[in-house]
Design a protein. Structure first.
Length: 629
């Protein structure tokens, strides 16, 4: 009859004691036993009350007779002038089964003779206050019986000798003997009640089994249906009785069969819908009228970066950015109000902590549970971020390619007038009549023209990539890249430290290696807008993972702002960039492809600016010299 594990308010686990059993069989037993116990208690109370009244009456009569007898025997002993017989009479009276004690006192209440049948009770004692009061109430030869305390009876009678008052005879009743008959009656009633209760329990159990057995079978079938709705192993339930419970079991079997038929068709439909919802390459979300999430699929959870379970019951501002939530809430409100779908809504924002943009294409549509009632709104979201990035990168790449072709064309066309200017300056410098400072100006002009020619040659080298690998001077490649960025280096006040042998060479695609160096040097310059130090080193070395491979180890180190920790693992991904305005996200991706093509390796170490410490980034590359191998 107990029920444990009741969970209280606030999630605290408590314990609740159920006073009434849940089982019908035990309810019948508890009801019958409770009724019989109540009846037995009432019967016992009536019998005890009546028996108590009879005992009180018998005690009063007995004590009056015993007190009168004791007084009469004392009077006879006095008449025979044998006062010693009074003590014998008192002792004899005290030995009676119903007497606890007997005594004789003079008329002033002083003890003359006394005897007691109870162990530990003094035969002689002083009269109490109530007993002294009762002396004054004794009239003539009639004995007086009175109650001492709660349940102590005592009788007193006057003793007269030769017409004068001699004293009083006292008799005290034994409570144990008086209550023996009451106890005997109670034991008899208890034995009768237990026998009656046992017989009733047997009868109730026999009757209850015919009710509880089919009900238990029905309950077990219900529990089995709740535990495993798809399993039909326990059905149909056997019909054990032909009464109303049997009809109920038959109706339950028909209901289960009907549910199984409906579930079979519904399960197939739900399986198809769940499969479509879970595996569709687009995000699904469903909202109620308060714009709270009802359900989302895995793709939508990945788009928001929050687990599926944390969406349920939340509102849009709790999941997406304020600007996006306002747009979606307005769209969902329009669908509820106008009862029509809204298509091709473009949403955009910035990933929290990542720094790059995202773009969604959303479509909202009404979901009706009744012909004229929109209960939910469904939202289909397509992530168009990669497409947007691809389009933007393609546009930038096309611009860069066109700019490269234009730069190569311009460099080619500049070469012809540069040759003429170079020849004219040479003739002018050798003119006999030319003196200082004019001769110095001519030499300065020749130097600057050589610089222009070198820049045009470097530009043509970047555009004209070789189709076959060849042994190339690595120092010349690095110098050409640094010369190309010389203006930016001087403009930002960046000091360049070179650490490589002018004769070092490598078997490679020179144009591709030049592109890798250009990307690394360009990124290093971008990270030092306020100036700094750029270190470029190259030396013969071995692969740090496979020492048997020999090649060239190349380092580009800067003292710039460093790369954020969360961005380091993405820097070699296509379209990933931390320079939203000027970056395409293709430089390091192309560089990693070139390094892989040359079977090389790259390592990156970076430290962000923090208080009391320096910052910077180091790219370390290894290119195997395959021809030397």
């Amino acid at each position: 009859g107990t029920d444990y594990g009741d969970v209280g308010e606030g999630g605290r686990t408590g314990m609740k004691l159920r006073a009434w059993p849940r089982s019908i069989q035990f309810q019948l037993l508890a009801g019958v036993v409770s009724l019989e116990l109540l009846s037995l208690a009432l019967f016992a109370w009536v019998m005890v009350r009546k028996q108590h009244q009879e005992i009180v009456s018998r005690v009063e009569q007995r004590l009056a007779h015993q007190a009168s007898t004791a007084a009469f025997e004392a009077e006879e002993a006095l008449d025979d002038e044998r006062p010693d017989l009074i003590g014998l009479s008192v002792d004899t009276m005290a030995k009676s089964p119903s007497v606890a004690g007997s005594m004789v006192t003079d008329r002033d209440g002083r003890m003359l003779f006394g005897a007691s049948s109870l162990a530990g009770v003094a035969p002689e004692r002083e009269l109490g206050a109530q007993e002294r009061v009762e002396i004054g109430r004794v009239r003539g030869d009639e004995a007086r019986v009175f109650l001492i305390g709660r349940n102590e009876w005592e009788g007193v009678a006057a003793i007269r000798h030769q017409g004068a008052l001699y004293g009083y005879a006292w008799v005290h009743s034994d409570r144990a003997w008086d209550n023996q008959q009451l106890d005997l009656m109670l034991r008899s009633a208890l034995i009768f009640g237990l026998i009656w209760i046992a017989a009733s329990i047997v009868l109730v159990v026999m009757m209850a089994r015919s009710i509880t057995r089919p009900l238990g079978l029905l309950h077990g079938g219900t529990q089995a249906l709740m535990r495993s709705p798809e399993s039909a192993a326990h059905f149909p339930l056997p019909v054990l009785v032909g009464n109303e419970i049997g009809d109920l079991i038959e109706a339950f079997n028909r209901m289960v069969a009907s549910i199984e038929e409906q579930r079979s068709g519904l399960s197939d439909t739900l399986s198809l819908l769940d499969s479509m919802l879970a595996n569709a390459p687009i995000g699904f979300a469903f909202f109620d009228r308060q714009c709270r999430f009802v359900r989302v699929n895995r793709i939508f959870a990945e788009l928001t970066g929050i687990s599926m379970s944390r969406h349920l019951g939340r509102t849009l501002p709790e999941v997406v950015s304020p600007e996006t939530s306002r747009q979606l809430e307005a769209t969902i409100g329009r669908v509820f109000e106008e009862d029509r779908p809204i298509r091709d809504i473009e949403l955009s924002g910035v990933v929290a902590g990542g720094g790059w943009n995202w773009t969604w294409i959303a479509n909202a549509y009404p979901i009706r549970t009744a012909p004229q009632q929109v209960r939910w709104v469904g939202l289909i979201v397509l992530d168009a971020t990669d497409r947007k990035r691809s389009e933007e990168a393609l546009r930038k790449t096309e611009k860069l390619a066109a700019t490269g072709r234009l730069a190569a064309s311009i460099a080619h066309e500049i070469n012809n007038p540069l040759e003429a200017i170079t020849n004219l300056l040479y003739l002018l410098s050798n003119h006999a009549g030319l003196e200082q400072p004019a001769l110095g100006y001519v030499q300065m002009a020749e130097h600057e023209v050589k610089r222009i020619a070198e820049i045009t040659q470097q530009t043509l080298r970047f555009y004209r990539q070789s189709t076959l690998p060849a042994r190339s001077n690595l120092a010349e490649l690095v110098d050409s890249v640094l010369s190309l960025h010389q203006a930016r280096l001087q403009q930002r006040g960046i000091a360049v430290e070179r650490g490589y042998d002018p004769a070092i060479d490598l078997y490679c695609f020179a144009g591709e290696i030049r592109q890798v160096f250009a990307n690394l040097v360009g990124n290093a310059i971008d990270s030092m807008p306020e100036g700094g130090r750029l270190t470029v080193r190259a030396r013969r070395s071995r692969d740090w993972r496979r020492p048997e491979r020999i090649g060239v180890r190349f380092q580009v180190a800067d003292t710039g702002s460093g790369i954020p920790r969360e961005a380091r693992q993405h820097i070699f991904e296509a379209f990933f960039t931390t320079k939203e305005v000027t970056g395409t996200g293709l430089g390091l991706w192309v560089s990693s492809e070139i390094i892989t093509k040359h079977e090389g390796m790259v390592r990156v170490r970076s430290r962000e600016t923090s208080e009391g410490s320096t910052s910077g980034t180091v790219f370390e590359l290894f290119f195997p010299d395959r021809e030397a191998e």
